[in-house]
Design a protein around this ligand. Structure first.
Ligand code: C5P
Ligand code: C5P
Ligand code: C5P
Ligand code: ZN
Length: 484
C-alpha cells in the first residue's frame, strides 16, 4: 500500500501494528483545531479497523496529566498532536509498565538524555522509540510541512483494513494543517501536499486559487471586505459604509431578497469582476504591490460539505474548531468533525461568535496596554484579561499588526490557575536567522522552574507566577545566542 508521506511509511506501519494488537485504545489529544482533527482522524481510523477507542482532550500534556492518564490503567495510550515533547515523562511510565504508548505528533521531541527506559533511542538528537510517527525524525519540518493531523492521517492510511480507504480523512488533515498556520500564502507545502493530492483523488477536497480573505463561505460581501484587514485597503477595510459603497458601485446584482450574498454564492464572472475591482482600488489607493498579490492565494474547499457553511472552507472550519476546543468544548468540535451536523454545529457557531469577540478584544487590549521591549524579544502581560488558551493566537495576530516590531519574537503572559502561561511567536525571517522558540521556551521555562516547548516559529510554556521578568531575561539571552 502506498503512503501519502513515504518517508514516514515504516513508522506509520509500526504504529498501526501496535494499535491493531490492542484490545482497546485510550486516545489523548490537544485542544485546538489540529488536535481535534487529529483525534477525529485517529478515532475514525480505529473504529473502521474495529478497535474500540475512548478519547480525552488535554490543554497541555504535562507530568500531572500524564500521571492522571497512567492512573487509568490503560494498556495502550495513543497520543496525537502532542506526546513527542513529553517523551521524557511518557518513557518513564512506559518503563514502569503503566501503559504502552503510540505517538503521532509534529512537535519537537524531548532530548534523549532527559529520557529514561531502555525503549528510548537517539535519532539525530531527538528522543525516539518504536511507535513514533513524527515528521521531524525523518527530516520533514513539523511547523510547516506536516501537522499533528497530518501525522495522524499517515498513520490512519497504514491502519486501513483490507479493502478499506481512509483517504476521505485527508480533508480533516488539511483543516488541521491550516489551523496550525502551516499554509504559506495560503498554500500547503512539502509532505502536506501529498495529503492534499490524496484528498483531491478521493474527491473530498479541491485546491484552487481564489480571493484569500477569511469568510468567503459565511460572511455577507460587505462584511467580508470590511473585516479583511490582512491587506488593508483604504476606504474599504474597517469601513462598513465604504465597503458597501464599493460593492454597490460595481453595477452587479449582489443582493438576494434584500440580503447581501456571500462570495461562495457568486458566479465565476461575478467573482472576477469584484476581485479585479478590488485590486484596482488597492492599486489606486497606493497599497504596495507585494501586499496586493496576497489578496489572491491558494484555498482549500471541502467539497463534501454544504456550500455556505464554515465546514466548506478549510480556514473557516479550523477557526470554528478552535472556538470549541479552546473553550473546554472539544466534545462539540469533535462531533462536528465526525459528521454530527445538527446540535453540535449550532453550538459551535455560538462559540465561534464568542471566540471572534475575544480575539478582537484581545488585540485591542494589546494595543491599549502596549508592548514592552527587551533587546531581542518583545512582550506583554495579559494577566486575566485574555484566556490562556487563546493568548498565543492573539500574540500571533498582534505580530502582524502595525506598531508591533516584526523583527523580534513576541512573548505573551496570561494567568493560568495560579501559574503563568507563556506563548511565543516568531516570523519566518526570524526562524531563517536562527530563532527556535521551542528551545527558547523550553530552556527559559526550566531556568525558572517551569517547562515548555513547541515549534521553532510558535511555542509555549508554563512557569510559576512571579517569574515573568526572570523568564524574559532568560529568553532574551537565548534569542541573542540564537541570532549569533
Ligand atoms: O499545538 P500546535 O502545534 O497544534 O499549534 C501550533 C501553533 O503554532 C498554532 O497556534 C499556530 O497558530 C502557531 N503557528 C504560527 N505560525 C506558523 C505556524 C504555526 O503562529 N507559521
Ligand atoms: O478576518 P479575521 O481576522 O477574523 O480572520 C482571521 C481569523 O482567523 C481570526 O479571526 C481568528 O478567528 C482566526 N485565527 C485562528 N487561529 C489563528 C489565527 C487566526 O483561529 N492561529
Ligand atoms: O499555547 P500556544 O498556542 O502558545 O502554543 C504554541 C505551541 O507550543 C503549540 O504547538 C503548543 O502545543 C506548544 N506548547 C508546548 N508546551 C507548552 C506550551 C505550548 O509544546 N508548555
Ligand atoms: Zn498541531
Amino acid at each position: 500500500m502506498s503512503s501519502p508521506v513515504p518517508a514516514l511509511a515504516d513508522r506509520a506501519s509500526a504504529c498501526a501494528d501496535r494499535l491493531r494488537a490492542a484490545d482497546r485504545v485510550l486516545l489523548a489529544s490537544h485542544i485546538d483545531a489540529d488536535g481535534l482533527t487529529s483525534a477525529a482522524i485517529a478515532t475514525s481510523a480505529l473504529s473502521r479497523a474495529g478497535i474500540p477507542v475512548e478519547t480525552v482532550f488535554k490543554k497541555q500534556l504535562d507530568a500531572d496529566e500524564i500521571a492522571s492518564i497512567a492512573a487509568r490503567d490503560e494498556e495502550t495510550v495513543f497520543f496525537t498532536d502532542f506526546g513527542s515533547g513529553q517523551l521524557d515523562v511518557i518513557s518513564e511510565h512506559v518503563a514502569a509498565g503503566d501503559f504502552d504508548a503510540v505517538v503521532a505528533d509534529h512537535h519537537q521531541p524531548s532530548a534523549p538524555e532527559d529520557c529514561h527506559g531502555d525503549a528510548v533511542v537517539d535519532t539525530d538528537g531527538y528522543a525516539d522509540f518504536d511507535y513514533h510517527c513524527n515528521p521531524l525524525l525523518v527530516g520533514i519540518n513539523g511547523a510547516s510541512e506536516l501537522s499533528g493531523a497530518g501525522a495522524a492521517y499517515v498513520l490512519a492510511r497504514a491502519l486501513e483494513p483490507d479493502g478499506g480507504d481512509n483517504r476521505d480523512l485527508a480533508a480533516l488533515a488539511v483543516v488541521g494543517a491550516v489551523g496550525d498556520m502551516q499554509a504559506v500564502g495560503g498554500e500547503l507545502m512539502g509532505a502536506n501536499s501529498g495529503i492534499v493530492e490524496e484528498g483531491v483523488a478521493a474527491e473530498v477536497l479541491t485546491e484552487g486559487t481564489d480571493l484569500s480573505l477569511y469568510g468567503k463561505q459565511t460572511r455577507p460581501l460587505p462584511k467580508l471586505l470590511e473585516y479583511a484587514t490582512e491587506v488593508p485597503i483604504p476606504g474599504i477595510s474597517n469601513d462598513q459604509a465604504g465597503a458597501t459603497r464599493f460593492l454597490e458601485e460595481l453595477g452587479l446584482d449582489l443582493k438576494r431578497q434584500g440580503e447581501w450574498r456571500t462570495w461562495a454564492d457568486l458566479s465565476d464572472d461575478e467573482r472576477r469582476t469584484v476581485a479585479s475591482a478590488l485590486v484596482q482600488r488597492a492599486v489606486k489607493r497606493g497599497v504596495p504591490a507585494g501586499k496586493i498579490e496576497t489578496l489572491v492565494g491558494t484555498t482549500y474547499t471541502l467539497t463534501a460539505e454544504p456550500t455556505g457553511t464554515e465546514l466548506r472552507d478549510a480556514s473557516e472550519f479550523s477557526t470554528l474548531l478552535n472556538a470549541t476546543a479552546r473553550y473546554e468544548r472539544a466534545d462539540v468540535g469533535l462531533a462536528v468533525c465526525l459528521g454530527d451536523r445538527e446540535a453540535p454545529l449550532q453550538q459551535a457557531r455560538k462559540l465561534l461568535a464568542n471566540h471572534r469577540r475575544n480575539l478582537s478584544q484581545g488585540l485591542d487590549l494589546v494595543k491599549e496596554r502596549g508592548i514592552s521591549h527587551a533587546d531581542h524579544v518583545q512582550y506583554f502581560d495579559a494577566g486575566d484579561a485574555i484566556r490562556e488558551t487563546i493568548v498565543g493566537i492573539v500574540a500571533g495576530m498582534a505580530l502582524g499588526t502595525a506598531g508591533v516590531d516584526a523583527d523580534k519574537p513576541i512573548i505573551a503572559f496570561a494567568d493560568a490557575d495560579g501559574e503563568t502561561k507563556v506563548s511565543a511567536r516568531a516570523t519566518a525571517p526570524l526562524v531563517g536567522r536562527g530563532v527556535d522558540l521551542s528551545v527558547v521556551m523550553g530552556e527559559a521555562a526550566r531556568s525558572v522552574g517551569g517547562d515548555g516547548g513547541g515549534h521553532d516559529i510558535a511555542a509555549g510554556a508554563t512557569v510559576p507566577a512571579g517569574k515573568e521578568d526572570a523568564f524574559v531575561a532568560a529568553a532574551d539571552d537565548i534569542v541573542a545566542d540564537q541570532l549569533g
